[in-house]
Design a protein around this ligand. Structure first.
Ligand code: ADP
Ligand code: MG
Length: 283
């Protein structure tokens, strides 16, 4: 990467999000990030995949400015994310977390309204527009019917949709999603990916999704990054990353491969499934 005289690289000047050589060791001694780097163009849709414990969630929290790194650099639209004031940061980046540490006692609607925080000016309370946006976002994730229920009175999948609705309501230019479909049934997995697609294609937002749904990532994302032991080990178009030679080293050999002939992103894309292949074949 070339470096311009002012210390910022030419590449990062045009990127929505850049992370360079990010390192993070938790107080318990676990090295979660070990030189993780990524560059995401404005309006790009990137999916990060990788085994459990490879540092994906830690990386997203660092990218969102919620977890300081030990070393390395994260630039959001050219500015160090750690230096941004909270409200300004929320206008630029939204994070859909993998889970909530504490389940709030208030209603789903109030939870989604909190996504509008960065749009409030000064001391003002939520406006009618904020309520309309929150209601619309709840409708889009198919959660309108339980909008008045408490966040602690829902199934995991319903709560996950409320998390996505809050990020939609935030209307940030970059949206980071941590396994947003892990608790969802098949139709709601597709619904959430269509919404992400709409944010990307329709609203031009920059998307980074962490997921184990390799086949949804393959169909929707423009680029895949494979993470292992705290850093990227492969990056490229879905067809370049979802290959036997690449995945076997990371996930082992019990995988079956095929092709979707047509996808919403255009063209054919690979699919991958876990396959408990019988030892001997009698056919
Ligand atoms: P992934 O999302 O890829 O599963 P994580 O980023 O959650 O991985 O975790 C990476 C590593 O850091 C794991 O070994 C995990 O046990 C550890 N880890 C995650 N969060 C914490 C934490 N808050 N404190 C200590 N260790 C953590
Ligand atoms: Mg995780």
């Amino acid at each position: 990467m070339r470096t311009a005289p002012n210390g910022t690289s030419n590449e990062s000047g045009a990127a929505a999000l850049v992370a360079r050589d990010v390192r993070l060791t938790y107080p318990n001694g676990v090295r979660a990030l070990d030189g993780a780097s990524i560059s995401v163009a404005p309006g790009e849709f990137l999916a990060i995949i990788g085994p459990n414990g490879s540092g994906k969630s830690s990386f997203l929290r660092v990218l969102a400015g919620l977890q300081p790194a030990d070393s390395g650099q994260v630039l959001l639209e050219g500015d160090a994310v750690s230096a941004l004031e909270a409200r300004e940061r929320a206008r630029r980046v939204a994070l859909v977390p993998q889970t909530l540490d504490v389940l709030p006692g208030y209603s789903v609607e109030d939870f989604v309204l909190m996504g509008r925080y960065s749009h409030l000016s000064g001391w003002r309370l939520y406006t009618r527009h904020d309520y309309e946006v929150a209601r619309e976002c709840l409708k889009r994730v198919d959660a309108a019917e339980f909008s008045t229920r408490g966040m602690n009175e829902m199934s995991g999948g319903e709560r996950q949709r409320a998390l996505v609705a809050r990020a939609l309501a935030q209307e940030a230019r970059t949206v980071l999603l941590d396994e947003p479909t892990s608790a969802l049934d098949l139709s709601h997995q597709l619904l959430v990916y269509r919404l992400i697609h709409e944010m990307h294609r329709g609203a031009g937002r920059t998307i980074v999704v962490v997921t184990h749904d390799l086949n949804l990532a393959s169909q929707f994302a423009q680029r895949l990054a494979l993470m292992q032991r705290g850093r990227m080990v492969s990056e490229g178009a879905p067809a370049d990353v979802l290959r036997r030679e690449v995945l076997e080293k990371v996930y082992g050999s019990e995988l079956a491969y095929g092709m979707f002939e047509r996808t919403i992103a255009g063209g054919s894309r690979p699919w991958v499934l876990p396959w408990a292949r019988p030892e001997t074949s009698d056919t």
